[in-house]
Design a protein around this ligand. Structure first.
Ligand code: ADP
Ligand code: MG
Length: 449
């Protein structure tokens, strides 16, 4: 099945943000940022490289990492094909710049990314609660929520906050264990294989704090969860700070063991929501300053207003701007800025819950009010489920936000609705097709009045 262009772009952005954590900043900028997603169909992501040289290098060195990242972002196994751009599609050719050997960026010191701390975490409406909770935990405030469970979409600052907690605790000579979910599993499997479980467990006994990032990768792995449960109880029982980060809330981590789920639920849950324009603007301004890029205040505001994505995307844009500046001998024309910002701004307006509800209602021949009502009649309940599913898929709203906007329902009824649609879709291709068509319609920004 072919997915819409915007969905492919979004998937690619997610994949990129995963790879970015694996590669050096220089490799990432030189090789990965040069690729443009072209299509995504039947698990095959086709990306365009600017030259044969790039294509070959990507195939030789980065393909496995790319495939892994795309598969993770898509939640199923995917392949990646690299082709040389024939300028098919709608992307302007001037988004690419020449290979680094010809550019001035080559040989220049690439600044390593600054330490993640509370000091350089910019706080706004959508991340204040998470940041306050993280600070409280790190400073050992009495009454701080423990464990702290941070959740939210990609690139919104979860890892940054965990690292800030770590650095704060370490500055007070605390021994902090920080694991990515996958590393935790890998390390445990190694220990098991080499008969070193004792040493693995001892580490936790002597730790003062435990931070696990991307906990979603632990869910579903039985043995890993058992080990983690032990470690958790050991530290928690001793009153030591524990913080976790995940792309979903504990209720949505379907394969999480119930013991762990109730532990997580029993702590403080803090979600990082999508950024509002004001916060995007302050972050963009700060990142431009960090990169020593000057831009007029009006331009910054204008860019921030039009961007829709995460902080990761803001950083992506700043990287591109920096590279473009060195290519163009220090000046950034409006035209260059405009061409670089294309992947980060939404085409038309971003679809919102209200639009989805109206469109779904019209599609099923009922009214918006019926969808929001309490009626349980099938002719109303089913479209309501579909609307919930599409809100979940196409917007960055959290379950409680969707529930609130859909007639004041609680998050678990939205979650049930989403699941029931998913189940029905997997059993009934014709129905899946119909819902996908609706999704494409909404994804293109088209709507019924
Ligand atoms: P997540 O773990 O939620 O996917 P990260 O913490 O890795 O996201 O954030 C992505 C990038 O954006 C990182 O480089 C991080 O430092 C930066 N970032 C995120 N939120 C903020 C913020 N509020 N202020 C400054 N930088 C931020
Ligand atoms: Mg992260």
């Amino acid at each position: 099945m072919k997915v819409p262009r915007r969905a492919a772009d979004r998937l690619w952005n997610h994949a990129c943000s995963r790879i970015e954590q694996e590669l050096s900043q220089k490799d990432f900028q030189t090789w990965i940022l040069e690729l443009t997603p072209r299509s995504f169909e039947d698990g095959l992501m086709t990306v365009e490289a600017p030259f044969g040289l790039y294509r070959d290098r990507i195939r030789q060195v980065y393909l496995p990492a790319l495939e892994r990242a795309v598969s993770e972002a898509a939640d199923h196994s995917c392949r990646v094909e690299v082709v040389v751009g024939s300028s098919v599609g709608t992307r302007p050719a001037n988004r690419r710049w020449s290979p680094p050997s010809g550019g001035q960026e080559a040989g220049r010191k690439v600044t390593s990314s600054p330490l993640k701390s509370f000091g350089n975490f910019i706080v706004g409406e959508s991340n204040r609660m998470a940041c306050d909770a993280a600070r409280a935990l790190a400073s050992g405030e009495a009454g701080a929520g423990n464990p702290l469970f941070l959740y939210g979409g990609v690139g919104l600052g979860k890892t940054h906050l965990l690292l800030a907690i770590a650095s704060e605790l370490r500055s007070r000579a605390r021994k902090v264990l920080y694991y990515q979910g996958e590393d935790f599993t890998r390390k445990m499997v190694d220990a098991l294989r080499n008969d070193r479980m004792d040493a693995f467990r001892r580490e936790f006994r002597f730790a003062d704090a435990l931070l696990i990032d991307d906990v979603q990768f632990i869910a579903g792995k039985k043995r890993t969860q058992q080990e983690f449960y032990h470690a958790f109880n050991l530290l928690h029982g001793a009153g030591k700070p524990i913080a976790l980060a995940s792309d979903r809330g504990p209720l949505e981590l379907e394969k999480l063991e119930t013991g762990l789920r109730s532990r997580f639920q029993g702590g403080l849950l803090a979600d990082l929501g999508p950024l509002d324009a004001e916060l995007r603007c302050r972050i963009l301004r700060a990142k431009l300053k960090e990169a020593d890029l000057e831009m007029e205040g009006d331009t910054i505001e204008n860019l921030a207003l039009r961007m829709t994505g995460s902080v990761r995307e803001i950083e992506g844009l700043v990287s591109r701007l920096r590279a473009a500046r060195s290519q163009s001998g220090g000046r950034l024309t409006t035209q260059v800025v405009e061409s670089l910002v294309i992947p980060y701004v939404s085409v038309g307006c971003d679809v919102d819950i209200e639009t989805i509800v109206k469109t779904v209602a019209t599609h099923f021949g009922i009214t918006r009010e019926e969808i929001l009502s309490r009626s349980r009649a099938r002719r109303v309940a089913w479209p309501r489920h579909v609307a919930a599913y599409l809100c979940r898929k196409l917007t960055s709203a959290s379950l409680p936000e969707i529930g609130e906007a859909m007639g004041g329902r609680n998050h678990s009824s939205i979650l049930r609705a989403v699941r029931s649609v998913k189940d029905s879709m997997s059993g009934e291709p014709a129905l899946a097709e119909r819902i996908n068509r609706l999704e494409t319609l909404l994804g293109r920004g088209a709507q019924f009045s």
